[in-house]
Design a protein around this ligand. Sequence first.
Ligand SMILES: O=C[C@H](O)[C@H](O)[C@H](O)COP(=O)(O)O
Length: 262
Amino acid sequence: MTGELSPIDKAKFVAAKRAAEFVEDGMRVGLGTGSTAAWLVRCLGEMVREDGLRIRGVPTSTRTGQLAREAGIEVITLDEARWLDVTIDGADEFDSDLNLIKGGGGALLQEKIVATASDQMVVIADAGKEVGTLGAFALPVEVIPFGASCTRTLIEETLVSMDVLGRQVSLRMNGDAPFMTDEGNHILDLHLKRIGNVRQLSLVLNQIPGVVENGLFIDICDTVVIGYGDGRVEVRDINEGTVEKGRLDFVESDNLFSDLAD
Ligand SMILES: O=C[C@H](O)[C@H](O)[C@H](O)COP(=O)(O)O
């Protein structure tokens, strides 16, 4: 089964597998959304089923909640948890300050709420997600449907006034209809190429009426676990830099690979 996985999936898997070690018995855990976070949920599910790990998970999307339940993880709401020990989630981009772009899957709002309600946020990513400057990945902005075209115009004017490169804004679609988030909102993707001042852009965007949240995660992530297609894993800490370099063995995880291949 291992041979059927692409290098990118192996990279995501080893990052998730290593990050699962941050989770200890009794913890309340924020569960991210996306293809990398899905690996984490499967890893944690295996630890619950086979090692007796007792955790309660707070999912960041409907689909992660479903996956977690299927994996055997007890799912609770953020309000029930009140506070989380750790959140582990994927990212679309991360930079050397561990600032992120998230929301490629449209889950940025719940993800940001959950991550900021956690003692620690650990990001899991394949090495291709690392960038010198955020912005090559289109920045998702969640907006309420009411007046969305006016909100879009205001965003475009804001980008012009900030002299941001790129500036193209597109409404994310799902077939012929606008993409709907779990909160019933729309996503505008900002094609910026390069974001010079992430802090300022994030603040300015969130001041526009109609904008619910943007996909810039600034000063939220504490640790990034970077996976490589050959099994190498690097753990990078916001204060200490690279704290670990290692390699994970695929063989012991064959049943997980089998699950995914089904
Ligand atoms: O809305 C989706 C999330 O922010 C994801 O964590 C992000 O898009 C990364 O997803 P993936 O692990 O599939 O690349």
